[in-house]
Design a protein around this ligand. Structure first.
Ligand code: GTP
Ligand code: MG
Length: 359
């Protein structure tokens, strides 16, 4: 959650390795993520190199540069644009004497502050605990010496466990509780299947405009914000299409490159909804600078979820922000502005066509 005006922001330096232009985009995204988590970015240090250093992530020279930057500026936290091992975290932290947060931990932290329902809180906590378990040696120091803030927050009021045995017990207990939620969900799904109401799920990269589209179509109020991961809980509404056909429309959590594996695992049951859909609306922000890569990221995650073979419409959103109006070259591509309500009739028609073909 972006910190409130009067809150003291943690001052952060971002550190990353640049091997290709994708990494440059990924650094931009890291800045968005850091700000979403409540940091003020005061510096960015990158290194061009092949692969990471197994002990210190970046080379010794860069590390010295980072250290003198920290000494010359007020910095609370170093945020690294990759997932680090426990020993890398410990090594860098010992060398710099400052809190280190990696990309995975940062995303988990944002999810922790976003989770609203009991189930998503448990899912996030589970992912956090699984991330922590193999890193306890590295993170032990950080947790006891360097206090709270980014990277240490649990969902809701719960304090994240730091003891190995407690963590293992907590993981078991959460898994049991989540299994119960899943059984309930299965029951609902079976009931819906019996009534043969088709399910249309909205998927896509974070901030693409999924919830805005969901609201525009279903005239419901799903949480919309210009922040990453505004939506963590899938919500569903009934939608009646022009022909009178009823569908269940589902809004889902946004995807992002390098979505932590444990998080995908944790949210799998929520995202199961996606797998059992009759049609997917892949919402794509047409104004984003690396559209193609984001499309690939979403498709990769859909594969992970065994949802890649479900019929899919590519819904390019935010066309109100571009000058030349694009023309679709196939019936599975739709251009809309969810915010301005442009193209929604064509979209509904396309949804009906897809579902009609299926029957
Ligand atoms: N200009 C313009 N902005 C839009 C449009 N659709 C959505 N937005 C804006 O894009 C931002 C993100 O919208 P959301 O609907 O929250 O996006 P989301 O995909 O649900 O995001 P997450 O739940 O965080 O993954 C908000 O600031 C919206 O107002 C659009 O058609 N045009
Ligand atoms: Mg959303």
């Amino acid at each position: 959650m972006r910190a409130k005006e009067n809150e003291v922001l943690e001052k952060a330096v971002l550190v990353g390795i640049i091997e290709s232009s994708h990494d440059q985009e990924s650094m931009e995204e890291l800045k968005d993520l850091a700000e979403t988590a409540g940091a003020q970015v005061v510096g960015v240090i990158t290194q061009k190199r092949k692969g990471t250093d197994s002990a210190y992530y970046i080379g010794k020279g860069k590390l010295e540069e980072l250290k003198s930057f920290i000494q010359g500026n007020e910095v609370d936290v170093v945020i690294v644009n990759d997932e680090l091992s426990g020993s890398q975290i410990k090594n860098i932290e010992d060398f710099l004497g400052i809190k280190i947060v990696d990309r995975t931990c940062l995303i988990l932290d944002i999810f922790a502050s976003r989770a609203r329902t009991k189930e998503s809180k448990l899912q996030v906590e589970l992912a956090q605990l699984k991330y922590r378990l193999p890193r306890l040696t590295g993170m032990g120091g950080q947790l006891s010496r360097l206090g709270g803030g980014i990277g240490t927050r649990g969902p809701g009021e719960t304090k994240l466990e730091t003891d190995r045995r407690h963590i293992q017990n907590r993981i078991k207990s959460i898994e049991k509780k989540l299994a119960k939620f899943e059984r309930h969900r299965n029951l609902y799904r079976q009931r819906r299947a019996k009534n043969r109401i088709p399910v249309v799920s909205i998927v896509g990269y974070t901030n693409a405009g999924k919830s805005t589209l969901f609201n525009a179509l279903a005239k419901a109020q799903s949480y919309v914000e210009d922040k990453l991961f505004a939506t963590l809980d899938t919500s569903a509404r009934k939608l009646i299409l022009p022909s009178g056909m009823q569908v269940v429309l589902v809004d889902t959590v946004g995807f992002i490159r390098d979505l932590p594996h444990d998080l995908v695992e944790g949210f799998k049951s929520t995202l199961e909804e996606v797998r059992y859909s009759d049609l997917l609306l892949h919402v794509i922000d047409i104004t984003s600078s690396d559209v193609d890569e984001k499309i690939q990221v979403v498709e990769r995650i859909l594969s992970d979820l065994n949802a890649i073979d479900i019929p899919r419409l590519d819904v390019f959103n935010k066309i109100d922000l571009i000058d030349t109006q694009p023309v679709a070259n196939n019936k599975r591509t739709i251009f809309v502005s969810a915010k301005k309500g442009i193209g929604l009739d064509a979209l509904k028609e396309a949804i009906e066509n897809e579902l009609a073909v299926k029957r």
